[in-house]
Write a protein that binds this ligand. Sequence first.
Ligand SMILES: [Zn+2]
Length: 270
Amino acid sequence: MPELPEVETVVRTLRPLVAGRTFVAVELLRNDIHTPPTANLVTLLTNQQVTDISRRGKKILLNLSSGQTLCIHLGMTGRLTVESPNLPIPKHTHFLATLNSKPPTQLRFRDPRRFGGLTFLSNPADAHIDLGPEPLTLRPAQLAKILSRTRRPIKSALLDQSLIAGLGNIYADEALFLSQIHPLTPANTLSPAQISKLNRAIKHILKKAIHHKGSTLRDYVDATGQPGSFHKLHHVYARQSKPCTRCGQPITRLVISGRSAHFCPKCQSP
Ligand SMILES: [Zn+2]
């Protein structure tokens, strides 16, 4: 599932291809992939210029000349790419927007499992509803305050988008490994030293993953169709039974609140 580094990479590769361009033709191939369901996306988006593209948490925000915003969530299997309109339209493509570029290009949203989707926001400020702060600019005191309010395992707290926006299973596991914290540790019991270490680890892992254009485990590609390469550098995620890169102990997998957690039982002992 695309997390902050993958979404940031999509935004960075999308920006030069889409920013400043106008949607000259818009096609919605399914009617159940957008909210609000009553919004007529074709009418609302046709002839709108994309003034800017940004990211908030795991969401991609396309700001429009109307002052409104199209928010795109990739979910599990979503892909947002810019291609020639002459290329065949693959199965599970739900949205097409032709841009006024020369030669013509087309923004395409494809999502086989449909956990992603499009949200039309009349008020761009609504993109921040229910989202915690961005981890790349989070200060240790802010993280300490957030974590002091929950007794849930630290792994579950890091996945909660209302606490911190953008982390998912991969980068939460990798950040906990780097900071040598056991994933089941109650969030409110971390020491100030552990919190600063965790805050540094989160930033380090996200920046490194953005540098490597994200992790491609299954479907993820950037706006130009290129996969990321950070999965080759994972220390724990999806490495169960393989030796820990630091101590050689086999990496363990545990299910916490229905989500898998990968960790080194020795380096991250409670
Ligand atoms: Zn280890």
